[in-house]
Write a protein that binds this ligand. Sequence first.
Ligand SMILES: [Zn+2]
Length: 510
Amino acid sequence: MKKLILSAVFMIFGMAVLQAQTNTGPCGNGGGEWKEMIIERLLRNKQLLAEDPVQFRDVIYVPVRFHLVANSSGTGRVVFGRVLEQLCKLNEDYADFDMQFYIKGVNDNINNTAIYNAQYNAGLVMNQLKDPNALNIWIVDVAAPAAPSPGDEGVILGYYNPGRDWVVVRRDQVGASSVTLPHEVGHFFSLDHTHNGWDSTPWSSSIGNPAPLFSPGGVPTERQDGSNCENSGDFICDTPPDYNGFGFNGCNYNIAQDPAGVFINPDEQLFMSYFLNCTRNNYYFSPTQINLMMTDYNHSSRNYLRTGAVTPNLTEITEVPTLTFPINNETTPGYNIVNFQWTAVAGADFYLLEIDRVATFTLNPIRIIVAGANSRSVTTLEANRTYFWRVRPYSAYRTCALSTPVATFKTNSTVVATQEIEALNEWTVSPNPIISQGALQISLQAEKSFDGDFSLFNAAGQLVRSLGRHRVQSGATYLEFSMEGLSSGVYMLALSHEEGREIRRVVLAK
Ligand SMILES: [Zn+2]
């Protein structure tokens, strides 16, 4: 019995896939059952909107779960900095109507070739990874809502799956210059294409002028004078007629006539059109499209987006972190563990730390999301290499800040102890920089008491002064070391213990 039910489910799913397969053009929502589902919701929202106009009050914050998918061997994942850039732009795109998006979470460890290039075959595993209380956005290599028909591979830039209720975007479409994500999020909130009916077969000279009363998709053809706008095209009256399913290059469409013989004048800069090459910053949603999206958000079927949603940290990030260690252009004390450090900046809850052998970060980059701290130990660097690094501050909502300028350093071949000292909670060195006549103040906070050896190394990793063995008490301990007699420059103060060694950078100024 169980088996029978299962195969029935698969049959229904299989049919949905077949119907969705009628897509051509840059977006995967060109036809089939999915289109009908979106239009059904659109018409429902239209009716609700007529009965109850949207009241704009506070800014809405929509939680987003990003799924950054690589193939099964772990390569090809979208660069996370581009996701930050994309979210920044999306919030700009939606800022006019106070709908904003924030990162609820990032799944950056999905290595699955089926999700990567054949989502139609991966719905079950994707469903397990789906966040039930967020807008789920999958970033993949090939956007494949259905098995591709020959010659169709790689045409689709993104799509919204209304059955699973998630958005899929091709990784090369992620970034500030693309209009794909704002378009797909428009579908997510029930909008259809402005060229509804012409999705698969756009108007062409072989269809001829004037256009027929019904588009090839069977939808009444919208007229330029607006007389039938409620019940034709995209069913929205403040978006003019549009017969361009796909294939028109340029941003000034003036080739097709409506059934009355009047040349239509589509608005090429609406996000829900297929005019992809207009000036990026001019794309927008019409007032009615905005109201319909808001109505969709307010509908009970979208309660899940509000459950657990928060107002994210709104502090703007205006400062640029200073990269403090490794010191620019210098050699680290060891290569097997390097403790990257930078200054914290207001508003940043996260930092994207990027390290690579080339300044473009394209060779074999290490990318680490550092949460709630402004340092991170990295143990995967090679000996005797030149590296480049930078840091990008962000928060769940503020993702527009740029990376720091790139700094560089060398590793040597010295092995330094790798473990952190477990009993030590925190220790700081001040003043820093210090003048040569001054005394270095060390402040330590320890879980339990221990004896530690303090020593000073130069930037090349050579021991220049032993400062002796000192007892670090449970709780707070303060120590003082004279810096007299040392020449100006950068030093590493090391605290060693049987468990490990920790290092602080000290700058001695004359
Ligand atoms: Zn679309």
